[in-house]
Design a protein around this ligand. Structure first.
Ligand SMILES: [Zn+2]
Length: 314
């Protein structure tokens, strides 16, 4: 079997590869691991391997129409059973039972992915047990759980347990640096440490950090726009000149954002201005600068024009 999207977990990969080669994949698996450990990644690989057109030891191919349907979540023989934020209800599990007796549409198996299986109540778990014991031979169940201990022993004993393990530092850093463009080895290493080696969790941490950085940058631009608008509307020439000099130091992609925000800020000041003419003139200037930027002028020119336009042209 191939596990291109699952990092680490060598023992588990070996176990499944051997099984696939010798007697084919099983009809009931319990995949456990905390949030961000790769439960869905592994489940997708398993489902693909069960249905892929290539049933050699290189399955799943990942590129055939079946593999692509599974990845996109649109394969008619694959059903996700979930209760949203919580586990499915006993009624939902009973519906699965009814559905399981309708033969597969395309493949040789009908696969049910049971989310948060460790949170199924006792009735639902008992219904699940019946399904595992008496379901039709083509029906296959993948139970996902944060902790296998949350399931009845009887249910557990009917499934093969696949417990995910954290990735090694080396593997994790390599993978994160490949997936997240622009991050440093230190950032990857920190995120891995904070997530105890669970890659999905580490990705989330990095994503949050990125959003925070973007927000800080935006706040800084907004502060600059506020100051610029204030000086355009009320300031003297020297103060405006000094402020516009700061624009030159900004990267080119920041200027359209700052000017857009400046325009908004001028708009907010206009109603309260005594010299409305000045406010309108400032707004017009900023709009001209926005157009100029689209023509590829450099930040230095824009800054100079803003200042000169405000005080020297009438
Ligand atoms: Zn395939």
């Amino acid at each position: 079997m191939q596990f291109t999207t699952l990092v680490g977990n060598e023992a588990l990969k070996n176990q499944l590869s051997q099984q696939q080669k010798r007697r084919g994949l099983s009809h009931g698996y319990l995949i456990s691991g905390p949030q961000g450990s790769g439960k869905h990644t592994l489940a997708t690989i398993l489902v693909q391997a069960m249905l892929c057109k290539d049933q050699s030891e290189h399955t799943p191919c990942g590129v055939c129409s079946v593999c692509r349907k599974v990845l996109a979540g649109i394969h008619p023989d694959v059903t996700v059973v979930s209760g949203g934020d919580k586990a499915a209800s006993v009624e939902q599990i009973r519906q699965v039972r009814a559905d399981a007796y309708i033969r597969p549409n395309e493949g040789l198996r009908k696969i049910y992915l049971i989310e948060k299986a460790d949170q199924l109540n006792q009735f639902a778990q008992n219904a699940m047990l019946k399904l595992l014991e008496e379901g039709p031979p083509y029906a296959t169940f993948l139970l996902l759980a944060e902790s296998a201990g949350g399931l009845l022993q009887t249910v557990r004993s009917r499934c093969e347990e696949l417990m995910l393990t954290p990735v090694s530092r080396q593997q994790g850093i390599e993978w994160l640096c490949q997936k997240k463009a622009g991050i440093s080895m230190e950032q990857a290493s920190d995120a891995l440490e904070q997530s105890y080696g669970w890659l999905g969790k580490a990705m989330q941490i990095l994503e949050l950090q990125k959003q925070e950085t973007e927000w800080t940058v935006y706040e800084q631009w907004h502060g600059q726009a506020r100051q610029l608008a204030e000086l355009l509307c009320f300031g003297d020439e020297l103060a405006l000149f000094e402020e516009t000099m700061k624009l030159e130091k900004q990267p080119k992609e920041a200027l359209p954002q700052i000017l857009g925000l400046t325009l908004q800020e001028i708009g907010q000041r206009l109603p309260g201005m005594e010299q409305k003419k000045r406010g309108l003139h400032a707004a017009k200037l900023v709009q001209q600068m926005q157009q100029a930027l689209e023509q590829n002028v450099n930040p230095g020119q824009v800054a100079g024009w803003l200042c000169a336009g405000m005080f020297y042209t009438k």
